[in-house]
Design a protein around this ligand. Sequence first.
Ligand SMILES: [Zn+2]
Length: 383
Amino acid sequence: MTSLNLLDMYRSIIALPSISSTESSWDQSNEQVIRLLADWFSQLGFAVEVTELPDLPGKFNLLATRGEGDGGLLLAGHTDTVPFDPGRWTKDPFKLTEEGNRLYGLGTIDMKGFFAFIVEALKDLDLSKLTKPIRILATADEETTMAGARAIASAMAIKPDYAVIGEPTGLVPVMMHKGHMSEAIRITGKSGHSSDPANGVNALEIMHQVMGRLLDLQRQLKENYGNHHFKVPQPTLNLGHINGGDSPNRICACCELHFDMRPIPGVGPDELLGLLHHALEPIKEQYPKALELTHLHEPIPPYGTDPDGELVKAAESISGNKAEAVNYCTEAPFINQLGCQTIVLGPGHIAQAHQPDEYLDLSFVKPTVDVLQQLVNRFCLTK
Ligand SMILES: [Zn+2]
């Protein structure tokens, strides 16, 4: 038994900054949060394993296990938060403020607070009677590269039957989301005086062809693929940024285009990249070596779990909410690679995440603890 209580836990975890950012001036270690979680879960009798991520000093994953063997339930979340806008927060992001039935602070719903809920739910259950193991996973860098979850997926060291990721879904089970790819195409031509086009190779003119091909691909994706669970059913392709050339009287030597694509379950990043290469092939043949395609970040795969599987059905009946597809990305595709049924389900609303004065509405407290306890009862405490 432990003396930990929800408010105290919230206060201490919110007080430990753990921002991750692609901008190094913002980026912080998550070690303090991981050490705090190690302490909490040790108090509940869990075996705790802390792993520093390869090539990312100061970034840690934590895996805590109670019970023996494979299978059982994995409760997962990320320990990092996004940066905050000091000018727009009216409260201290690192000091839990209780006001008007709300708890304010950075990470209250996205999602360090979820770990406090897990402890709150587990401390009143008799974990000496587990029939299947419970595991807690706390990852690093979800808000940037998803490096923590990628490391868990590639290590494949655990095989849970079911996984719940506690992102703020308003306690609505989420069973599906699109992935995300950010790509760059760089065209390298040859500059020259504009008076004679034969003096150079115009990168803007080649990019014009590239964009035509990409718009054809965009049309094909809409005509050929779709998943009715999504409001926008097809994999999308968006032209987002372009930069090239310097002067009207010079042949443009270099042009770069950034665009994104959102894969859907069944039409993943590899398939979209295949279609992309196919679409660009004629241009590559016409202008060998002019075109270079690179990832702006590693693709996030799409994710979907069996809508009729036990976990979705149990989560629907326990939460009273029908499972849905959403339009934001989580670590679910990586956790799903462990071979488990995976849902996203947690307190707070996504609309309040990544916002100034992020808060947890206290009306979520009881239902969240109930949902977690019932899931543990269902999957780890009954034969
Ligand atoms: Zn999150």
